[in-house]
Design a protein around this ligand. Structure first.
Ligand SMILES: [Zn+2]
Length: 126
């Protein structure tokens, strides 16, 4: 199995599972900033222009479920007011936005790029 949930969760390169997919530390002005290529194996982090367009849909689907389910539970099971539940939903969105946006990108590139055990060795001069 070439898919690794652990390396996806830690935002590691899907090819070598060593290099970082995102520039550290996180900048609030550009939270999705990625290096041009993996520092470890040289894998491009954006294989083609517009590659991460589909990741927006993945982020949307997972974040919707993550926000909607607990918000509806608060209203219908615990009797919260709709206004209170909306404040809760907005706060939950603000807290989890970066995790979902970055996670969707990591998931997307991990679905396309296969793990290459030989890429674990650092880049050798040609
Ligand atoms: Zn790599």
């Amino acid at each position: 199995m070439s898919f690794s949930f652990k390396s996806m969760w830690k935002y590691k390169c899907p090819r070598c599972r060593q290099g970082d997919l995102f520039i550290k530390p996180l900048k609030l002005s550009d939270p999705l900033a990625m290096p041009k290529q993996c520092q470890h194996c040289g894998q491009k982090t954006e294989p083609e222009p517009g590659f991460y367009f589909g990741a927006m849909y993945i982020s949307y689907i997972f974040m919707s479920g993550f926000i909607l389910v607990p918000t509806l539970l608060l209203v219908f099971l615990l009797g919260w007011s709709v206004e209170g539940a909306m404040v809760f939903a907005i706060a939950l969105m603000a807290v989890s936005y970066f995790r979902f946006a970055r996670g969707a990108r990591a998931f997307y590139i991990h679905m396309v790029i296969k793990f290459d055990p030989e890429a674990r060795d650092p880049i050798r001069p040609v």
